[in-house]
Design a protein around this ligand. Structure first.
Ligand code: SF4
Ligand code: SF4
Length: 176
């Protein structure tokens, strides 16, 4: 059990924004000290076990989820409708490329009901793996880039970074 894990998404958001400069300093520290992705993976697993995602669901509000044709078909099967109908009702083109993404009609994923996912059993792979800390492919690289960007809304990421600082002996030069 890790001490001091902060699980309230609102508090995490406040704290993470205050720590933006400190996190930048920590990133420089990691670069200079040959950061260890295995440690990130270990801490991420420990933190994840302590955070109840059903009382958060911030990622279902703050991120957009890309879906493949296969994933749309799987969702359609779960909802007992045709894939084309599922695509029309619940997805829209991603302006960045030729893929599709789940719609967010009211500022949150179309499948979010309060904090629960209505298609949890067949949720897209991106949802299943978020926040990408406990999977082996979460090596320091592009994944880590997204981790820094998402620390402000995800309690798992926020607490993992804080514990990471602690374990590698990082001390800020004055940011808080
Ligand atoms: S993965 Fe992070 S943002 Fe998503 S529900 Fe869990 S704690 Fe919240
Ligand atoms: S599909 Fe489910 S887990 Fe994924 S963003 Fe939507 S509500 Fe959240």
């Amino acid at each position: 059990m890790l001490p001091g894990v902060t699980t309230d998404p609102k508090l995490v958001s406040e704290l993470a924004r205050k720590k933006e400069d400190e996190n930048l300093e920590f990133r420089r520290f990691l670069s200079a000290h040959h950061d260890d992705s295995h440690l990130l993976h270990v801490i991420g697993s420990e933190v994840e076990a302590q955070v109840d995602c059903t009382s958060c669901a911030a990622c279902c509000r703050e991120t957009r989820v890309q879906v493949s044709t296969e994933e749309v078909a799987r969702i359609a099967g779960f909802l007992k409708i045709r894939p084309a109908e599922a695509a029309r009702m619940y997805t829209e083109p991603d302006p960045a490329d030729h893929t599709r993404m789940l719609t967010q009609p009211a500022g949150a994923c179309v499948f979010l009901d309060r904090n629960l996912c209505m298609i949890y059993e067949v949720r897209p792979d991106a949802c299943h793996r978020f926040p990408y800390l406990t999977t082996e492919e979460s090596c320091l690289g592009s994944r880590l880039e997204s981790i820094w960007r998402r620390a402000w809304f995800c309690p798992i990421i926020y607490n993992t970074i804080e514990e990471w600082k602690h374990r590698v002996g990082f001390h800020t030069r004055g940011h808080s």
